[in-house]
Design a protein around this ligand. Structure first.
Ligand SMILES: [Mg+2]
Length: 266
């Protein structure tokens, strides 16, 4: 039985310029493939080797891109290999089947959130009231499911993030800081729930997962085997689990190593 491979994208398989972490001499740097263009400029990359590994994997396994991105943000990415049958966007809130939203899944997600969490409006109001324009660059909502702020990381006080997490937790929301983005996401809105739904549809198989941020912890915990890169929120927190391999490799090279761990060969 071919495995189901559910992998986070940003800073796990694909990397912005700032996240590449090219520490080797310039002449030894890997050749990069641009997989996303935003506003006419290249934005995200993987190594050419990683692209070949992913192409091979996507032919033999059920590869499921599993992202917190909105559908619009996800559709900008041009992953190598055949188009995935399933994709998970909006941190599990949107399940794409052959590129189309599964409306039944979305309705189930909404019903679950309404029963368990404070509303998005309440969270937005709190963010607007407490965020400081000194470091707040943008305030956004995603798919009417969760909120995120684009922040100036150098000026963002750690204390504010802690206070926000403490406010959010009893209201059923989770806070995650990834690069310049601070996410506030309903706790039951998870990647793992959407992966479980896909596994139910495809039939029993081994589930492999990878991710770098706190929003990937449930995905890794629910998988049979998982990997996390040497950078990111999980690495910074020293997060680990018995069936999750904590790689030490950082930056775009970690993406390559994760694809090899999934069973990719190039
Ligand atoms: Mg990520």
């Amino acid at each position: 039985m071919n495995p189901l491979i559910a992998s986070d994208l940003d800073r796990t398989l694909i990397y912005s310029t700032a996240a590449l972490g090219l520490r080797m001499p310039d002449a030894d740097a890997p050749r990069l493939l641009c997989v996303e263009v935003y506003e006419h400029k290249p934005l995200s990359y993987m190594t050419e080797t990683a692209a070949a590994l992913l192409t091979g994997l996507a032919r033999t396994a059920t590869f499921v891109p599993t992202t917190t991105r909105t559908r619009e943000q996800y559709r900008r990415i041009r992953l190598p290999g055949p188009p995935p049958r399933f994709a998970i966007c909006a941190n599990g809130g949107e399940l794409l089947v052959d590129g189309e939203s599964d409306t039944g899944w979305r309705r189930r997600v909404e019903a679950g959130l309404a029963a368990e969490c404070a509303t998005l409006e309440e969270v937005r109001t709190h963010l607007a009231r407490t965020a400081d324009p000194a470091w707040l660059l943008k305030e956004r909502t995603a798919e009417d499911l969760f909120a995120y702020l684009v922040v100036d990381r150098a000026l963002l006080p750690e204390e504010w993030v802690k206070e926000l997490s403490a406010w959010a937790e009893p209201r059923g929301w989770t806070v995650s800081l990834q690069g310049r983005k601070l996410y506030a996401v309903p706790a039951p809105l998870t990647k793992s729930a959407a992966v479980a739904e896909i596994a139910r549809r495809t039939g029993p198989c081994e589930v492999l997962a990878a991710g770098d941020s706190l929003l990937d912890a449930d995905l890794l915990l629910a998988a049979d085997r998982g990997w996390r890169p040497g950078h990111g929120e999980l690495a910074d927190a020293g997060w680990t689990a018995p069936h999750v391999t904590a790689l030490t490799t950082r930056g775009v090279a970690a993406g390559e190593e994760i694809l090899r761990a999934f069973g990719g060969t190039a």
